[in-house]
Write a protein that binds this ligand. Structure first.
Ligand SMILES: C=C(O[C@@H]1C=C(C(=O)O)C=C[C@H]1O)C(=O)O
Ligand SMILES: [Mg+2]
Length: 467
């Protein structure tokens, strides 16, 4: 067994004492090193106990995996400015947190996201997510650099009641999470994909191009949903394993909310903060991959020199650079984009790096940056208003920030694209893909671009190769 009961009990009792003294709930966070367990297996092992209360995260450079199960505390907001109230409560919790002292660098983690547009009322598929949903997990597996493995147990303690009972329940749950009896299956699902609104798309792109040409905005990112129906309920852990195998340089994320499950493999970093260093990614402008190295390089060169794609990209660079300048002392941005290549698509890529004062939280960057012109447009309010008028469905958490913040205000958020919402107890899903529309956009080319962006989720769902 990984966690020494007597030590965990000491952490909980200390938290109970503190809670009694402060007369409010106190977070207890207990971390121990454990033997390696495959994160998708750990996720799967919690299906019975914690379905609807789980998350999964792998960062794009493959240095960190976090899997959360169960809820020690939930932050949910349907108010505008969800992040603001969430940050306030998180600061209160982490200020008073009680941790076992052998690994002080591993405090509690808050994981979750916000909706793309808080002015849009969530539809029935997205309502469990509200405008913002963050979890402090009851159990969290962390794997750092593929070798350091930790299990954190968090509990929101309000008094001394039932500590022994709580301990025995936690131990039983922990045993179940760390046991590897039922392996994750890799079966194919017979899947049908259907455009939710096929004929509308071309007309919508044309309308937006027209409005851009009239000067209503410069860039607007238009997205479309595709519905997938599965012959039998899809297994989330299976989809995680396929995405991990196929999208090696992407973030992989899952956020469950009641019966809904938001999942994706995105290449786009919104922000990472590690003490004084902050980094963002400008990712916009796309072309397919070549079948041979030569063709691939040729396509990459076309993209690097294509006026329309460079324009799409430049809006993003300018905005993120300006946001960084407003919060950072030093900002570094290369003069020219390079290429970022995924399995199906290549993008124009420009990193932005800055230095900040230590007391800035990552959440202030999330608030300031979202939505960048990679998912909203330019100018932001005009673009959002066009999206609200033209897109007749709810983006929910698609295209929005998803990620984590730690007790120091550090963390990482990705932009939740190349993603899907699994509903109907695993029998149905909505996949989402969008693209940056500018004055010279062509509806057919934009359609094909979104098709490329849908491929990773289609492949992971169906189990087919699609190559
Ligand atoms: C909107 C999406 O992707 C965004 C749009 C891009 C583009 O239009 O070239 C490229 C990368 C992303 O910033 C998506 O994948 O759904
Ligand atoms: Mg594009």
């Amino acid at each position: 067994m990984a966690v020494q009961l007597s030590n965990l009990k000491a952490t909980l009792l200390e938290a109970a004492q503190k809670a009694a003294k402060l007369e409010e709930g106190v977070l207890a966070s207990h971390t121990v090193a454990i033997d390696y367990i495959k994160p998708s297996q750990f996720f799967h092992n919690g299906k019975e106990l914690f379905l609807g209360k789980r998350f999964y995260w792998k960062n794009a450079d493959n240095t960190k995996v976090m899997v959360g199960q169960g809820l020690a505390h939930t932050f949910q907001s349907s108010e505008p400015n969800a992040l603001f109230s969430i940050e306030k409560e998180w600061k209160r919790l982490t200020k008073q947190v009680v941790m076992n002292d052998n690994l002080p660098e591993f405090g509690p983690t808050l994981f979750g996201g916000i909706s793309f547009d808080e002015k849009v009322e969530p539809d029935s598929n997205w309502s469990p997510f509200s405008n913002g949903l963050f979890y402090v997990p009851q159990f969290m597996l962390s794997i750092i650099e593929d070798e350091k493995v930790f299990l954190t147990i968090n509990l929101y303690v309000q008094g001394f009641e039932n500590i022994d009972q709580i301990l025995s329940k936690l131990t039983a749950q922990e045993n179940q999470l760390l046991s590897c009896e039922e392996h994750v299956k890799n079966e194919s699902f017979s899947t049908t994909f259907e455009e939710v609104n096929p004929s509308n798309w071309y007309a919508q792109v044309e309308e937006v191009v027209d409005r851009i040409q009239k000067g209503e905005a410069e860039k607007v990112v238009l997205a479309r949903p595709v519905r997938a129906d599965f012959s039998s309920a899809i297994e989330t852990a299976t989809v995680i394993e396929r995405l991990t195998e196929q999208q090696t340089n992407s973030y992989i994320f899952v956020l469950e909310a009641l019966e809904q499950c938001f999942i994706g493999a995105t290449p786009e970093r919104l922000i990472v903060k590690n003490r004084e260093e902050v980094k963002s990614t400008c990712l916009a402008g796309s072309i397919s991959r070549g079948k041979t190295d030569k063709e691939d390089a040729h396509l990459g060169n076309l993209l690097l020199n294509d006026e329309k794609n460079r324009k799409e990209h430049e809006y993003v660079v300018k905005r993120i650079q300006n946001a960084f300048v407003s919060l950072c002392d030093d900002v570094y941005v290369p003069n020219y984009p390079t290429l970022l290549k995924m399995k199906d698509i290549q993008h124009l890529y420009t990193p932005v790096i800055g230095r900040v004062a230590l007391n800035q939280s990552i959440l202030s960057f999330v608030q300031l940056l979202h939505p960048t012109p990679a998912l909203g447009g330019e100018p932001v309010e005009e673009a959002l208003s066009i999206i609200r008028q033209v897109e007749t469905w709810d983006r929910g958490f698609y295209g929005a920030p998803i990620g984590f913040v730690d007790m120091h205000g550090d963390g990482e958020f990705a932009v939740a694209i190349r993603s899907a919402l699994i509903t109907d107890r695993g029998k149905r899903s909505y996949l989402f893909a969008g693209c940056g529309i500018v004055d010279s956009s062509n509806p057919q080319a934009e359609w094909e671009e979104t098709e490329l962006k849908l491929r990773p989720m289609k492949r992971a769902f169906s189990g087919d190769d699609l190559s």
